[in-house]
Design a protein. Structure first.
Length: 390
């Protein structure tokens, strides 16, 4: 018996392969099911849908306007590609152990934050996660889909470091030196008034000039010398009875007189002591490849592209906004195959012959779910709805 072609139509009743059965007067191919004798002239929609999806992605990722796509007012374009918003791109876990992972969160409208993890050497996204804010639970859900890397480069928020300790206890952390300098400026301002502050800011600014282990040792010695000169100064206290007009006097008995300066020093000292400032110079880590000292590849890469997409298509509904960000991340991943998602959408609809319709199908469950059964791609994942993870 001749093997049925994989391109044969499937019967909408019994699901079996159909046979060609001549053509209609209009020239359309006619099909007949040998099992239930059902005749049909169901046209193939996959080629048309692939073309429409390609047109949709060209508009979404290039910043083109809708009326540039069809030469009219954009209404015909929206009608053609409206069903594409129901596709849910997801980066499937590949199980690859990477040397460096960078992770950060990008905040956007409607109270959403998109956590993105990328390969720290290639810049390709490996996972993304929606949440309300950068909490430990949100980052733990993100890291659960990624094998433990050798190094995590981050901005140093408590949520990401706690999640790293839970999910990847043996992974080293390299604090982004640019973020360390930003934290210093937030405490001391760009032009500190006190001499101690000016000296400490100079030390912080010199972080990005450290290239070798010898320079790192010299920097640490300079920080220790600074503390020797200003130890008593940053230990000064102000008592509430001596400054009753200060708002702090109503809720505490005393406070550090130079609290911002003290906090800045203790941050630099703690990061050096924990090995998070100069992990990129550790010979044991360098044996596996270079280690970035900043998260610029993430900030200037996929994060900036996501923000640009939302700016170019401002005014999108909340659900479409999230979907646009997901497409941007997915298409920048290692091996995106957007057309494979069409079959999943048809399977979720229940038949190949019914055209999908546009709609705002939320599908983001409450809390953290091990598998999103509403996802037509049937990919395992975690989705965190805003307001449910703290």
């Amino acid at each position: 018996m001749r093997t049925k072609s994989k391109r044969a139509r499937l019967c909408p009743v019994c699901g079996g392969p159909m046979r060609k059965n001549g053509r209609t007067k209009a020239g359309a191919q006619r099909w007949k099911c040998p099992g239930c004798a059902l005749p049909t002239t169901a046209p193939r929609r996959d080629g048309r849908r692939r073309a429409q999806l390609g047109e949709f992605l060209d508009w979404l990722l290039s910043g083109k306007r809708q009326w540039d796509m069809d030469g009219a007012d954009g209404r015909a374009f929206r009608k053609r590609v409206g069903w594409c918003w129901r596709l849910r791109p997801a980066i499937p876990p590949d199980g690859v152990v990477r040397h460096v992972i960078m992770a950060d969160g990008t905040y956007m409208a409607h109270g959403w934050c998109l956590l993105i993890a990328i390969d720290g050497l290639t810049g390709e996204p490996v996972a993304f996660q929606w949440c309300g804010h950068e909490s430990t639970a949100a980052y733990a859900a993100l890291f659960s889909r990624i094998p433990a890397p050798d190094v995590l480069v981050s901005d140093g928020l408590r949520g990401i470091e706690r999640a790293c300790a839970q999910a990847w206890p043996r992974t080293r952390i390299q604090r982004c030196l640019v973020h360390v300098q930003r934290n210093t400026r937030a405490d001391l301002t760009s032009r500190p008034r006190l001499q101690a502050g000016r000296e400490l800011k100079e030390l912080s600014d010199a972080l990005t000039s450290v290239r070798t282990a010898g320079q790192a040792a010299q920097w640490a010695g300079a920080l220790n010398a600074w503390h020797g000169r200003w130890r008593d100064f940053i230990a000064e206290r102000t008592w509430a009875k001596d400054d009753p007009a200060n708002p702090k006097a109503s809720r505490q008995e005393w406070w550090w007189t130079h609290g911002e300066l003290r906090r800045c020093y203790r941050r630099l000292e703690r990061l050096f002591r924990e090995g998070k400032l100069f992990a990129f110079l550790d010979p044991g880590l360098l044996a596996g490849g270079p280690v970035p000292r900043t998260s610029n590849l993430l900030e200037g890469g996929i994060n900036s592209l996501v923000k640009r997409t939302l700016l170019e298509h401002h005014g999108l509904p909340e659900e479409h906004m999230r979907r646009a960000c997901e497409w941007r991340c997915y298409m920048r991943s290692h091996a995106p195959d957007p057309y494979a998602l069409i079959a999943g959408l048809e399977q979720a609809a229940g038949t190949q012959d019914r055209e999908p319709t546009d709609g705002n199908d939320d599908g983001y469950g409450d809390g953290i779910q091990a598998n999103n059964h509403d996802d037509p791609t049937n990919e395992p994942g975690f989705y965190i709805r805003k307001g449910h993870v703290h």
